[in-house]
Unconditional design. Structure first.
Length: 273
């Protein structure tokens, strides 16, 4: 059981496996005057039970409401912390390493596919778009270099409580109240990671430029934060092929859609390139 709906006396409840203790989280959110969360009505050492909230809000409207709630969460939990050079160097080197590994992976995959006399549909789709994959990774490398050159000269950075399990599914509305659910991945970290998490979970069905502009109007990111956010968006998945060609083609399409949408998204906020 990971998620089960229970009906009792005409009331609905949602029972989940407990991943971690959250009382400390609830105490902290309340202390920061952020009350848009649901506490379990019953819990054991292994499970949590919440009242079930059903709504009929469109995905697009939910995305807007989610951004409002996310900026509120970040605003109320933001702290300014002294930058530790070893930490930013680790972010920089880890991001660069991921980009290099992705380039090597797709160069090798391209060489392997080009040895075939005929391409499968998934291979053909990938080869038609392989140049955009390299383009996105090159953009990412440029962005992380520019971020590192800026952040080395800064003294502080912003951190906030992050949800880190974001999608339109976790936003619930009851009357005029809005709640974020599914807090299993919460942590305190750089503010940009929540938007990255939402983008990667919902890029298939949402237009993110208006959402980013809304987010930035309520919680304005500085130049170094935007550069890091954009660079992290370029870290794509490694496409693997199996025996099911339909699945291979679907996965290739999702990858290419992500690459093309992300290049377009970055181009709007990366004016120097």
């Amino acid at each position: 059981m990971t998620n089960r709906i229970i009906i009792n006396n005409n009331s609905k409840y949602q029972k989940k496996i407990k991943v971690r203790q959250k009382q400390e989280l609830y105490n902290y959110l309340s202390s920061r005057n952020f009350n848009n969360y649901l506490k379990p009505i019953e819990e054991t050492s292994k499970t949590e039970t919440y009242r079930y909230i059903d709504d009929n809000i469109s995905k697009e409207d939910k995305a807007i409401d989610l951004i409002y709630l996310l900026t509120t969460l970040h605003t109320k939990t933001t702290t300014y912390e002294t930058i530790i050079q070893d930490e930013i160097k680790e972010i920089y080197e880890d991001t660069k390493d991921q980009i290099y590994r992705l380039k090597d992976y797709y160069y090798s995959l391209q060489d392997k596919i080009e040895m075939n006399l005929y391409f499968s549909p998934s291979e053909y789709l990938l080869m038609r778009n392989i140049s955009n994959i390299y383009k996105l990774l090159n953009i990412g490398e440029n962005l992380i270099d520019r971020w590192y050159n800026i952040i080395k000269e800064e003294k502080t950075c912003r951190k906030a409580l992050l949800h880190q399990n974001l999608s339109t599914k976790i936003l619930k509305q009851e009357d005029n109240n809005y709640y974020l659910t599914s807090w299993d991945n919460y942590k305190k970290d750089l503010v940009i990671y929540d938007f990255i998490n939402l983008y990667q979970n919902e890029y298939k069905s949402l237009e993110f430029s208006p959402l980013f502009e809304l987010y930035n109007s309520k919680y304005q990111l500085n130049k170094s934060e935007i550069l890091l956010l954009l660079s992290k968006l370029t870290l794509i998945d490694k496409l693997t092929f199996n025996k099911l060609e339909l699945e291979n083609t679907i996965n290739a399409k999702y990858l290419i859609d992500y690459v093309n949408k992300t290049i377009e998204f970055i181009s709007k906020y990366n004016k120097e390139d």
